[in-house]
Design a protein around this ligand. Sequence first.
Ligand code: OFO
Length: 171
Amino acid sequence: MLDRKMLAALNDQVNAELYSAYLYLAMSAHFESMGLPGFASWMKVQAQEEMVHAMKFFNFILDRGGKADLAAIEKPKGTWKSASEMFGDALAHEEYITKRIHDLVALAAKVNDKATESFLQWYVDEQVEEEKSATDMLQKTKMVEKAPGALYFVDREAATRVFTMPAGVTI
Ligand code: OFO
């Protein structure tokens, strides 16, 4: 049985992960409007990953006998000045999510919920990847932004990213 505060925090995190998916879809739409389909596709894959993050929390709540409680998803920002500004925002967002995950781990420890602590370890590891991929894209776009020809090639490279469902996850 989940502690009441733990359940509320996990439900909040479902919302935060769905917001992440929404934010990256907004970025995907904006990249399309900038004529950068590779980055648009990269962001769509990122949004799919966020849906997996949300569903893992949702399923975990149900598995623990909790009630999933869905709140409204905030409207994300819709326009950016450049590709690097978008990846800068993506990195800042991932750093914020990392902090949220660490706060969840701290709460699970406080209420002595070993199962939730163990479940959250996947997210602790995942956030290392999430921050790394946003940092890589930020560095690449910053480097080539002043050279449209080079940006075209980085965009093409970004298009090669594909979504893969993590092992053992059903959504
Ligand atoms: Fe991007 O890691 Fe979930 O939110």
